[in-house]
Design a protein around this ligand. Structure first.
Ligand SMILES: [Zn+2]
Length: 110
């Protein structure tokens, strides 16, 4: 079958290592493009991956969190699993990029 992404490579069945946010989830069967390397999972295999991610105590996307009031300021809580995957093991400086119209606040690690 021709790759639907690059439209020139061929898809071949292969076992591929799956990572989520830098955490190894395991090996799963995918159709892999010989040219661009795109990995396409069947619905069944994608469901197996999602259930493995859940059983590993990882998180879905987006991650639910909460903003707490501390004194006159506010603090965003980050789950331990997310912090670990991001390599955060102590307080770190970050840059906040407010996206007021989109109702988003991007947190960029310094
Ligand atoms: Zn391709």
């Amino acid at each position: 079958m021709t790759c639907p992404i690059c439209e020139s490579g061929t898809l071949r069945k292969r076992k591929v290592a799956v990572e989520k946010y830098g955490v190894n989830v395991g090996e799963f069967e995918a159709e892999v493009c010989t040219k661009c390397g795109e990995q396409i999972f069947s619905e069944k295999e994608a469901a197996r991956i999602e259930s493995k991610i859940t059983s590993l105590g990882l998180w879905g996307n987006p991650v639910d969190s909460r903003i707490y009031k501390v004194g006159g300021n506010f603090v965003v809580s980050i789950k331990k699993t997310v912090a670990k995957a991001m390599g955060i093991d102590k307080p770190v400086g970050v840059r906040l990029i407010p996206q007021v119209k989109k109702h988003q606040l991007i947190v960029e690690l310094a």
